[in-house]
Design a protein around this ligand. Structure first.
Ligand code: DGY
Length: 323
């Protein structure tokens, strides 16, 4: 009988995913799902062959260089991998995989939820109702920003950006995008490519952020870029909090330069900047982009497909390659 490979599983993933993990691997698990810091990850990694982590763990160069030689692969339960130092893993010869595609639709759905929730003041109107403050219908009450026919600027026209564009076309929005390159994608022939931020920002009646967090995109939304957007723009972020400088967005939401924001992600998650809480024009969610049973199962199974492929000596279907 061949012995099972040893796997450190840093989070308590969905039930069906955990069942498959336990069936295939000799797993070190985190049954109460407590946050694992570097010291604990290192301690539990001493006799494992691979790690299955999530976007919540910082797999930085310090951790990677301290991992024992035996650890040969890290699979992340996320499409984004800004929490992993990819070059440091390459230096150590550690293979990496992520979970593209399977969360595209769920995340794009939440982008539209944020867009509509922000534009139509869902937080304020629903909150007033729930607090017992809605006493009558009024012609000038809860007035939001009209969506139909507006220009939607998409920052990052990868899989999720394209799925957002397709959905937004259903609301008759005109699609503009800023991306490293022009894309050719069925159904998006009318989407307008902007090579520079200076050409892109002035058309953003709405801005949807769908790019990875990188040195290039960090704080893309700041005082300067907001000043170049149309007055009363609506900003939506379902990508990574670090693309938006919270302090700048808060200033713009307070002044009304930005009419509303819909955020599924923000800086320093899960600690939301307290100044946001005073704003009625913010629709905010706790990073639920991929949070459907189907999607989270598919993400977990994709991680396991990659780990299984690794241990079978096959190529990884979703390998993260060093730049
Ligand atoms: C992702 O997959 O990157 C989501 O943000 C969940 O972490």
């Amino acid at each position: 009988m061949t012995s099972k490979s040893r796997l450190l599983v840093t989070r308590n993933f969905p039930l069906d995913v955990m069942a498959r993990i336990r069936g295939t691997y000799d797993a070190v698990t985190n049954d109460d799902d407590h946050p694992m810091g570097m010291a604990e990850i290192l301690k539990l990694s001493q006799d494992v062959d691979a790690i299955l982590c999530a976007g919540t763990e910082a797999i930085n160069s310090e951790l990677i260089s301290a991992l024992p030689e035996r650890v040969k692969m890290i699979a992340t339960f996320s499409v984004g991998y800004d929490h992993i130092d990819v070059p440091a893993a390459a230096v150590r010869g550690i293979r990496l995989s992520n979970t593209p595609d399977v969360l595209t639709d769920a995340t794009a759905d939440v982008a539209l939820l944020c867009l509509l929730g922000a534009a139509r003041m869902a937080h304020m109107s629903a909150g007033t109702l729930r607090a017992g403050g809605w006493t009558r219908w009024e012609p000038n009450q809860f007035l939001g920003v009209h969506v139909t026919g507006k220009r939607l600027g998409i920052l990052g026209m990868g899989r999720i950006g394209q799925a957002v564009a397709r959905r937004a076309q259903g609301f008759d929005m005109q699609i503009h995008y800023h991306n490293r390159r022009k894309i050719e994608a069925p159904g998006l022939e009318n989407a307008i490519f902007h090579e520079t931020a200076d050409s892109f920002l002035p058309v953003c009646d709405f801005l949807s952020i769908n790019c990875p967090l990188s040195a290039e995109t960090k704080y893309f939304v700041n005082d300067d870029s907001i000043s170049k957007m149309p007055d009363r723009t609506v900003i939506v972020n379902t990508a990574r909090g670090g693309v938006v400088e919270d302090a700048a967005l808060i200033r713009a939401l307070k002044s009304g330069k930005v009419a509303a924001a819909g955020l599924d992600v923000f800086e320093n998650e899960p600690a939301l900047n307290k100044d946001y809480l005073e704003l009625d024009n913010l629709f905010v969610l706790p990073h639920i982009g991929s949070a459907t049973v189907e999607t989270r199962n598919a993400m977990g199974f994709m991680c396991l497909d990659n780990l299984d492929a690794f241990f079978a000596g096959k190529s990884l279907p979703n390998e993260i390659k060093a730049p």
